[in-house]
Design a protein around this ligand. Structure first.
Ligand SMILES: [Fe+2]
Ligand SMILES: [Fe+2]
Length: 255
C-alpha cells in the first residue's frame, strides 16, 4: 500500500491548502491511505470538531496529533467517539480518546499509532514501554507510528528500537522537515520530522514578527498564524502489505 503522511497542518490556511493539493498528491503517489497530523489545525492551535471535519472531508483517513491535542475541550467528545482521530497513546489513562487505530480497509489494513516524546516536552508514560504493550494487540503487519517529539535523538532511538517491528516511524512536532528519510536496516521507513503544512516564511506557521517579538522579549504574546505562501510537507511511503516492510520512503518537502 502507498501511504501519504502529512506533517502538522497549521490553521485554516493550512487546512484549505491541504484540501486544494491533496487530490493531486493522491494521484501522483497513487495513495491508498492518507494520514495527517492535525494538532494545529484549529486557528489558535489545537483541534476542533470543525477543523477535524475539514481534514477528513478533504480526504484524510486518519488524523494524528500531539502536545496540542487536548487544548480545546470541545474536541474531547470527538476524540472519544470518532473513529480515526488520535491523541498520543502514552497519555494518562483518564485522557479522552485513544492513541491506536486500525484503518480497516480489507485491501489496505493499516494500524496507526500516535506517540509523544518525553524529552524537552511534556512528561507522559515512557513511549518505548507504551508501544511495546500496544504492539501486543496488533494482529496484522502494516503499522505506521507518528512519533510527536522534540528531541532528534529520542526520535532516532525509537526508530531504531522499532526497526523491523513496524512499517514506519515518522516524526512530527518541530514543523521543520529533516533530510534523513530512509529505510532502516530491518525494513522500517523513517524520517526524524516530516515538517508542516503552513506558511513558508513564518516561524513554525506563526507570523514571524510575532514569533521574533516573543523570542526576543520572553513576554506573553498572542500568536497569529501566517496565512501567506502555504507549503505542504509530507512523506510518501510504499509498504509491502504481506510483510509490513517499507519498500521506499520519499520526502515531499514544501509542495
Ligand atoms: Fe505542531
Ligand atoms: Fe507539537
Amino acid at each position: 500500500m502507498n501511504i501519504l503522511m502529512i506533517g502538522d497542518v497549521v490553521g485554516q490556511a493550512g487546512c484549505d491548502y491541504l484540501r486544494e493539493k491533496l487530490p493531486l498528491l493522491k494521484r501522483r503517489y497513487e495513495v491508498d491511505v492518507v494520514v495527517a497530523n492535525g494538532e494545529n489545525s484549529a486557528e489558535g492551535n489545537g483541534m476542533t470538531p470543525k477543523s477535524l471535519r475539514h481534514l477528513m472531508d478533504s480526504g484524510v483517513d486518519v488524523v494524528t496529533s500531539g502536545n496540542h491535542a487536548l487544548r480545546r475541550r470541545e474536541v474531547y467528545e470527538v476524540l472519544d467517539n470518532q473513529q480515526g482521530v488520535l491523541r498520543p497513546a502514552n497519555y494518562h489513562s483518564t485522557a479522552p480518546g485513544t492513541g491506536i487505530y486500525l484503518h480497516d480497509d480489507p485491501r489496505n489494513r493499516l494500524w496507526v499509532i500516535n506517540l509523544q516524546g518525553v524529552v524537552y516536552i511534556q512528561n507522559h508514560q515512557n513511549p518505548f514501554d507504551c508501544i511495546d504493550s500496544l504492539l501486543e494487540q496488533v494482529d496484522s503487519p502494516c503499522v505506521l507510528v507518528d512519533f510527536h517529539a522534540e528531541a532528534t535523538a529520542e526520535k532516532l532511538c525509537l526508530g531504531h528500537y522499532l526497526d523491523g517491528r513496524v512499517s514506519a516511524v515518522v516524526g512530527t512536532h518541530t514543523h521543520v522537515p529533516t533530510a534523513d528519510a530512509r529505510v532502516l536496516p530491518k525494513g522500517t521507513g523513517y524520517i526524524t520530522d516530516v515538517g508542516m503544512c503552513g506558511g513558508y516564511d513564518s516561524v513554525l506557521g506563526v507570523k514571524r514578527e510575532i514569533a521574533i517579538q516573543k523570542m526576543r522579549t520572553g513576554l506573553p504574546t498572542r500568536f497569529e498564524n501566517d496565512p501567506r505562501d502555504i507549503r505542504l510537507c509530507a512523506v510518501a511511503l510504499e509498504i509491502e502489505n504481506k510483510t509490513g516492510k517499507c519498500a521506499a520512503i520519499e520526502a515531499i518537502p514544501f509542495f
